[in-house]
Design a protein around this ligand. Structure first.
Ligand SMILES: NC(=O)c1ccc[n+]([C@@H]2O[C@H](COP(=O)([O-])OP(=O)(O)OC[C@H]3O[C@@H](n4cnc5c(N)ncnc54)[C@H](O)[C@@H]3O)[C@@H](O)[C@H]2O)c1
Length: 452
């Protein structure tokens, strides 16, 4: 009878995790990967971060930070603890657990772009060794781990090395794979990252157990599911739930505007119900790397099953229309002052996709700025987190942050992102006209204020 080596390799890994000697590699040192690497470092694990962006690797190596909410001192502390960043994939061979946190955007046809996952898989494969645990954290459609990542890892140039599966004879040449979605909510200070339960689904019981043991070292609780597909779908359900509910409340806001009802007052009142209602808030459109993007990962995959995800499509339609609604509202507000959009000066407050964060991805502000410019508006912006906005995946603005000094010089100040640092009473006092898309001026009354 063959010895149960699956258990012993997995047990070996679990023992290393328990003694904090398991070497952890985090691939992709962005908004998700870097904080994760720091959490493991704080927990005294030896951590190596991998990134293909040599500027990031250099900044970290010099004790600097490129993420606003992570102070340089935290990086310096991590370096003292032994954290290192590198672009050298050969070092993957030294790692016991490898966590992949690379981007999963949409391409120009709104289809999943898995190129970052596939290139990461190809970069890891030559250095894969028995006993290693690979965890994918990037948000993606159900099936990615099994159908995309594993086939790449399987082509690892070592015939004997193979994925551990339940029901298959165990071997001393096994590696483990799991999926565990990242659930962080940037800028949300109400829940500590450690308190967010971590969902894990492995390709085998041993993989799920090992991944769970690893995350239990830094999170208070893990939630084990039957496999990677359930974990992948769990993340999409969470984000689609938000996307659809935000669309619903955006639609109701537009109706309320027509009916002369304050949607914010309505939401506050509805929120007093102790059960069956969770508040979502309207805004200028969806932003960020997740909520506007992830639902389309599922719509795309659903087509393979001859299935149309109508809620997702409808929510996408409503949310995508919101920046257009904002531009129309600015036009109406200016019209009231006997001014046209064409030739007016508008100061957009906030370009980050939500308050108090330094992330521009998919921000509705960028679309609003471009739409205003198309109407002949002379647009300026202010955002304490962005001294300059250049070129990105879907925009090319090349604009420098305007000062907040002379607010009266603009025909309209448009609040798109309600950063906490803004002095809203002063804005209302000094601006000629203020259009508020976020209820930032809650409780303030002035003929200058237009809520949209
Ligand atoms: N940002 C969030 O709040 C958030 C929340 C939940 C889930 N997610 C998901 O997490 C994943 C990562 O998102 P993010 O916001 O951290 O992205 P990011 O763009 O901030 O960081 C990704 C990093 O991966 C690096 N990278 C790309 N390809 C690489 C490769 N082959 N090898 C090594 N490094 C590589 C990039 O240089 C970058 O530094 C995405 O799937 C996203 O949907 C993000």
């Amino acid at each position: 009878m063959q010895p149960n080596t699956t258990v012993s390799l997995a047990q070996d890994l679990t023992a290393k995790i328990a003694t904090r000697t398991a070497k952890i590699g985090v691939i992709g040192l962005g908004y998700v990967g870097l904080p994760l690497a720091l959490l493991f470092t704080e927990e005294t694990f030896p951590v190596t971060g991998f990134d293909i962006d040599s500027r990031k690797v250099k900044t970290l190596g010099e004790g600097g930070s490129y993420i606003f909410r992570i102070p340089a001192e935290q990086i310096q502390g991590a370096l003292r603890q032994g954290f290192r960043a590198t672009s050298e994939y050969a070092r993957i061979a030294e790692m016991d657990a490898i966590i992949i946190c690379v981007p999963t955007p949409l391409n120009e046809y709104m289809e999943p772009d898995l190129s970052f996952i596939t290139s990461t898989g190809r970069a890891i494969a030559p250095y894969l060794r028995a006993g290693q645990l690979i965890i994918l954290e990037s948000t993606t459609y159900p099936g990615t781990t099994e159908e995309v990542l594993i086939p790449i890892l399987d082509k690892n140039n070592r015939a004997e090395l193979r994925l551990a599966r339940d029901g298959m004879p165990s071997s001393t040449q096994e590696f483990y794979v799991a999926f565990s979605p990242e659930r962080e909510d940037p800028g949300n200070e109400t829940v500590a990252r450690r308190d967010i339960p971590k969902v894990v689904g492995g390709c085998s019981v041993a993989a799920t157990e090992a991944a769970s043991a690893l995350y239990n070292a830094i999170f208070k609780r893990t939630v084990k599911v039957s496999g990677p597909a359930a974990a992948e779908m769990c993340k999409l359900l969470e984000n689609i739930y938000r996307c659809v509910n935000i669309a619903l409340v955006n639609e109701l806001k537009m109706l309320c505007l027509r009916m002369g009802i304050d949607i914010w007052e309505v939401i506050a009142a509805a929120s007093t119900k102790p059960f069956g209602f969770h508040p979502f808030y309207p805004g200028p459109g969806l932003g960020g790397h997740c909520i506007p993007v992830d639902p389309f990962y599922l719509s795309w995959k659903a087509r393979e099953y001859d299935f149309h995800t109508r809620f997702i499509e409808l929510a996408g339609e409503i949310n995508t229309a919101m920046p257009y609604h904002v531009v129309q509202a600015v036009g109406k507000a200016l019209n009231r002052e006997r001014k046209a959009l064409n030739g007016s000066k508008v100061l957009v407050l906030g370009v980050a996709y939500k308050k108090d964060i330094d992330d521009l991805r998919e921000s509705p502000s960028l679309t609003i700025i471009e739409l205003l410019q198309k109407e002949g508006v002379e647009v300026s912006y202010n955002d304490p987190y962005f001294p300059f906005v250049g070129k990105g995946r879907h925009y090319d603005l090349q604009m420098t942050c305007a000062s907040m000094e002379d607010l009266g010089a603009y025909d309209c100040v448009l609040i798109v992102t309600d950063h906490s640092t803004y002095d809203y009473p002063r804005i209302v006092r000094e601006a000629q006209l203020v259009v508020d898309t976020r209820n930032a001026l809650k409780g303030m009354e002035s003929p200058k204020i237009v809520r949209c």
